[in-house]
Design a protein around this ligand. Structure first.
Ligand code: HMG
Ligand code: MG
Length: 297
């Protein structure tokens, strides 16, 4: 059997959260439904954060109500606290993702809480989720650098990732929020975290500010990771991380993986078409090199 990688498609959440022009709810639903037909198995559908802080995703419940949930596909949603979890459940979510950071300063800007306090907020979420049979993913942001603090010690990443895993997150996604990492550092960070959390329970989440994301992913694949977050058309960015650019484009990741003989279960043509459709909707060129090359001349 070919070595396989699971992509976690984050365009409907990370890809859209930074868009200043309001995207229509029907278009968000259409995006998720299109992605559901590409062979993806994990699609982060939206986010139940405070609509005051991320107005673009204020329609999270309507998105959840409108999407067609295909069997075998997980539709995780971001939740920052118990209130977000309860809203997500009321909207029918069966998988959620909590998020914190390896940097205190970034966490305070992003979720108005220090690392310890954010983890205390997650405790009731994990307890409710366990009782409800809901799977919880965990994110650690700023794993290779912070827009406020600068360098982030690897030991801090290891500690926070370990705490999320110990709390009950089935998977911990390591986020290079501002895309400053390079392959040697990415590999060293991944290897250090894998001493604390089994590599099978780790995912990587690279933003592509300096064009290093694919190289970083390759370095982490070589270190054993088999779950990769990405966003079609290279959309994305965190509104509270100055200088953060788009996520690595899903189409580019899939092109690389298939070229390496790795299985993703994804139809690259359908994925690339979805990326071009999204870019057109947002009024720009696709940020995916593969998506562009595969498109009409
Ligand atoms: P706060 O204002 O500090 O907290 O927000 P609060 O708990 O005092 O609540 C204030 C108000 O917000 C109250 O309403 C609450 O009811 C409401 P009011 O009484 O003023 O009318 N509230 C909520 N409303 C709806 N849903 C909720 C919720 N919680 C509180 N869940 C909070 C704290 C965390 C909520 C806020 O700071 C927030 O929503 N931040 C979101 C930031 C965000 O979404 N950032 C982007 C996602 S993270 C990311 O992109 C990184 C990632 O991609 C990985 C990577 O790249 O590294 C994951
Ligand atoms: Mg992100």
């Amino acid at each position: 059997m070919a070595d396989s990688v699971r992509l976690v498609e984050v365009a409907p959440r990370d890809g859209l959260q930074n868009e200043t022009r309001q995207v229509a709810t029907a278009d968000k639903i259409a995006l998720v439904d299109r992605l559901s037909r590409t062979g993806l198995r994990s699609i982060e559908a939206t986010s139940f954060v405070s609509p005051r802080w991320v107005p673009q995703l204020a329609d999270a419940a309507a998105v959840m109500a409108g999407i067609e949930r295909a069997p075998g596909i997980a539709y995780p949603v971001l939740v920052p606290n118990e209130q977000g979890y309860r809203r997500a459940r009321a909207a029918g979510a069966t998988e959620v993702a909590v998020f914190t950071a390896a940097s205190e300063a970034f966490n305070r800007a992003n979720i108005h809480a220090g690392i310890d306090e954010s983890i205390e907020r997650f405790r009731p979420v994990l307890a409710l989720a366990a009782a409800d049979g809901v799977r919880v993913r965990g994110y650690v942001s700023t794993v290779l650098g912070c827009p406020y603090q600068g360098e982030v010690p690897i030991a801090d990443v290891v500690r926070v990732a370990g705490r999320l895993h110990a709390l009950g997150c089935y998977e911990v996604s390591l986020g290079d929020t501002i895309g400053v990492g390079t392959p040697g550092k990415a590999r060293a960070m991944l290897r250090a975290v894998a001493q604390e959390v089994p590599v099978q329970a780790l995912a990587v989440h690279f933003h592509d500010t300096y064009g290093q994301a694919l190289a970083n992913i390759l370095a982490c694949l070589e270190a054993g990771v088999r779950v990769v977050d990405a966003a079609v058309a290279g959309t994305g960015g965190c509104p509270y991380a100055k200088g953060a650019s788009g996520n690595v484009a899903s189409e580019d990741v899939v092109y690389m993986l298939h070229g390496m003989g790795m299985d993703t279960g994804i139809d690259l043509g359908a994925l690339a078409a979805t990326g071009r459709w999204l870019a057109a909707l947002l009024g720009r060129d696709t940020g995916s090199r593969a998506g562009k090359a595969l498109g009409p001349a």
